[in-house]
Design a protein around this ligand. Structure first.
Ligand code: FEO
Length: 392
C-alpha cells in the first residue's frame, strides 16, 4: 500500500497483506490484514512508529523511499509481536543511527525475539516524552492488549493515539479511513484477540480517555478520525453486559443432533430470543467468537462420540475457555451416553467460563415426542434466565 498522509508530517507507511488467510496459524482472516506503521517527521527528528510483518517488509521500505527518508532517529516499538516488530532489525540496518524506543519489558522481549543488542535501545516509562521538534510523543503503558509489554504512543500536538493492537481490525483495505465499514472487522478482531483481556481493556480505556484524542491510528486495519466511535464500541464489547441472544453450536453425525438443534432454535425464536446458529463442521471461528461477545447463553449440541463429547464440540468449550467468554448460561443438547457427566465436562474443558449450566437435554437416538417436550422446557428455562437478567 502506498504512503497515506494522515496530517501534516504524519504518514501511514505500512503494508496491506491482502491474501493472508490465517493469523498465528489459528485466526481466520477472511479480509486479509494490514500492518500499520507510521512515520512522524519533526523539525529535528524522525520517528517510525512500529514496523510491519516481515512478509511485507518491501512495502514499508518502498514507502520510506517514496518519502525520500534518509534518516530515522527513533523506531518506537509499541509491542514486541513480530507482525509489528519483525522488521526492526532491517530498519536498523538501513538506518544505522536509529534507536529503538520502548519500555523495559518490551526491550527484553525484542532482545530475545529479534536479538537486537541492548545498546540500540532507549528505555522509556509511563508518560515519558520524546521531542521531535514541534511534535511530542508521549508513552502510556496499556498492558495485555495484546501482550504484557504493549504500550500506546500519543502525539500531543496532533492529538493522535497510536495504540498498536488495541482498536485494530484484521482487514486489508484500499480505504483506511472507511468509517462506515469498521464495525464488523473491529468486532471480530476484538472477539479473537482482546476479549480474553476485557478487564485490562476496560482499565486501558479509562487511561486513554483522559487524553485529548481526535484520531486513533491502530496497527491493523482502519484509522479512526472520530476516535469516539471505536472507543464507544470497545466500551460496549468489554462490558460484562450480555444480550437476549443464544449461540447454538452443533455437530451432528447422522441427523439426530441436528434435528434437536434446529427444533430448539425455532422454539427460542418463537420466544423472542435472537439465535446465532453454527454448524461446527463449517464454522468460521471468528464469526463464532464474535457471537459469543453478546450471547447470554451458549448451547452446545453434540452426538456422543466414543462415550464422550464430539471433538468439534469440545473445541467450542476449549475456545470459550481461552476467550473467557462472559456468557452467563450454558446448556448441552446431546444423545444418550454421558448425561451425568455434563457438568463435569463443561467444568473440565472450560474452567474459566463461569456460566451456570441450564437444563441439559439428553436423548436416546433420534428425538421423540418426549424429547421435543424437553427441548421446549429448555427454551422456557433459557427465556426465564434471560428475564432474570432483565434482557427481555
Ligand atoms: Fe498485531 Fe499482537 O500483534
Amino acid at each position: 500500500m502506498a504512503v497515506i498522509k494522515i496530517k501534516e508530517s504524519i504518514y501511514f507507511v505500512g503494508a496491506n497483506h491482502w491474501d493472508r488467510r490465517l493469523f498465528d496459524e489459528l485466526i481466520p482472516l477472511p479480509d486479509g490484514t494490514s500492518y500499520n506503521a507510521y512515520l512522524v517527521i519533526g523539525e529535528n527528528k524522525v520517528a517510525l512508529i512500529d514496523t510491519v510483518d516481515p512478509q511485507t517488509k518491501q512495502q514499508l521500505f518502498d514507502n520510506l523511499d517514496e518519502l525520500k527518508i534518509k534518516k530515522i532517529d527513533y523506531v518506537i516499538s509499541n509491542h514486541a509481536e513480530q507482525d509489528h516488530s519483525g522488521v526492526i532489525t532491517d530498519v536498523l540496518e538501513k538506518y544505522p543511527e536509529a534507536k529503538v524506543v520502548t519500555n523495559e519489558k518490551c526491550k527484553v522481549m525484542l532482545m530475545d525475539l529479534l536479538l537486537i543488542p541492548e545498546e540500540k535501545f532507549i528505555v522509556i516509562k509511563e508518560k515519558d516524552t520524546l521531542d521531535l521538534g514541534g511534535k511530542t510523543l508521549e508513552f502510556y503503558m496499556i498492558p495485555w492488549v495484546h501482550w504484557p509489554e504493549t504500550m500506546a504512543t500519543y502525539l500531543k500536538e496532533d492529538k493522535i493515539l497510536f495504540p498498536c493492537d488495541m482498536f485494530g481490525s484484521h482487514t486489508a483495505t484500499s480505504d483506511i479511513f472507511d468509517e462506515e465499514h469498521f464495525y464488523v472487522p473491529a468486532k471480530r478482531y476484538y472477539a479473537e484477540i482482546m476479549s480474553p483481556f476485557r478487564n485490562n481493556v476496560r482499565n486501558n480505556i479509562e487511561k486513554i480517555k483522559k487524553l485529548d484524542i481526535e484520531i486513533i491510528a491502530p496497527s491493523h486495519g482502519y484509522i479512526y478520525k472520530d476516535a469516539k466511535k471505536i472507543i464507544s464500541a470497545y466500551e460496549d464489547w468489554s462490558s460484562e453486559n450480555v444480550k437476549n441472544e443464544v449461540v447454538i453450536a452443533y455437530v451432528s453425525m447422522h441427523g439426530s443432533t441436528k434435528k434437536m438443534a434446529e427444533f430448539l432454535r425455532e422454539e427460542l425464536i418463537k420466544r423472542g430470543i435472537k439465535v446465532n446458529f453454527f454448524n461446527l463442521t463449517v464454522t468460521d471461528t471468528g464469526a463464532l467468537a464474535m457471537s459469543l461477545i453478546d450471547a447470554a447463553t451458549l448451547v452446545i449440541a453434540t452426538p456422543t462420540t466414543l462415550a464422550g463429547i464430539h471433538p468439534k464440540a469440545a473445541y467450542v468449550l476449549y475456545l470459550a475457555n481461552l476467550l473467557r467468554i462472559k456468557t452467563k448460561f450454558i446448556s448441552i443438547v446431546s444423545s444418550y451416553g454421558w448425561a451425568e457427566k455434563t457438568l463435569e465436562v463443561v467444568k473440565t474443558l472450560a474452567p474459566n467460563v463461569k456460566a451456570e449450566v441450564v437444563y441439559p437435554v439428553i436423548t436416546k437416538g433420534y428425538p421423540k415426542e418426549k424429547d421435543f417436550k424437553e427441548l421446549e422446557k429448555l427454551a422456557d428455562e433459557i427465556l426465564a434466565k434471560h428475564k432474570s437478567l432483565i434482557l427481555v
